[in-house]
Design a protein around this ligand. Structure first.
Ligand SMILES: NC(=O)N[C@H]1NC(=O)NC1=O
Length: 172
């Protein structure tokens, strides 16, 4: 895309600009961008992604839960109200979540609710790598996991979302 930036611009941009540009590569986590800006310079976009992964791996248990909780439900209330971040809105649309049948919508709503009741954070999956059917399968299967497994899987999905968001901003 025309307005993408390259890695040397990433390395030389002012701190505030870095925090603004990368402030939502992890949903609503300005803390991540604030921390990663200090890990510059980066060799390439892979190296930049790795810095965000490192952030996610190294934050405390509480911070990980906070990151998970910052994500909107798939096809949930915020989506219905048009209140998603632009990135999340795009991702949810790409998975087909804007075109659910009433049956699919009610299955996703009820599964999201019971998942959140069990784990205390929303079910998270990289929407751009999935379609409605695989999301429903994930909701059914992952509900049976332990809390520890779901924190790990959730953070791993956040990494995939983060990578795709970065690749929309920085030339590879
Ligand atoms: N709940 C959830 O997975 N939300 C997200 N997934 C994704 O790809 N974008 C999101 O906002």
């Amino acid at each position: 895309m025309e307005n993408m930036i390259n890695i040397s611009e990433v390395n030389s941009m002012k701190d505030e600009r870095f925090e603004w540009v990368f402030g939502n590569v992890i949903e609503l986590s300005s803390e991540a961008a604030a921390c990663v800006k200090n890990m510059r310079p980066f060799k390439d976009v892979t190296d930049l992604c790795a810095a965000f992964y490192k952030y996610l791996d190294e934050v405390t248990f509480e911070e990980k839960i906070k990151v998970l909780k910052s994500h909107p439900d798939l096809a949930g209330r915020l989506a219905a109200q048009g209140k998603l971040t632009p990135e999340s809105a795009c991702e949810q649309r790409s998975a087909g979540l804007n075109d659910l049948t009433p049956e699919q919508k009610s299955v996703i709503d009820s599964r999201n609710k019971r998942y959140k009741e069990k784990f205390g954070f929303p079910f998270i999956i990289c929407a751009r790598e999935n379609k409605v059917q695989s999301i429903i399968e994930g909701l059914n299967k992952r509900y049976n996991n332990s809390l520890e497994e779901e924190i790990n899987i959730g953070i791993n999905e956040v990494k995939k979302i983060c990578q795709l968001r970065i690749l929309d901003i920085v030339k590879n």
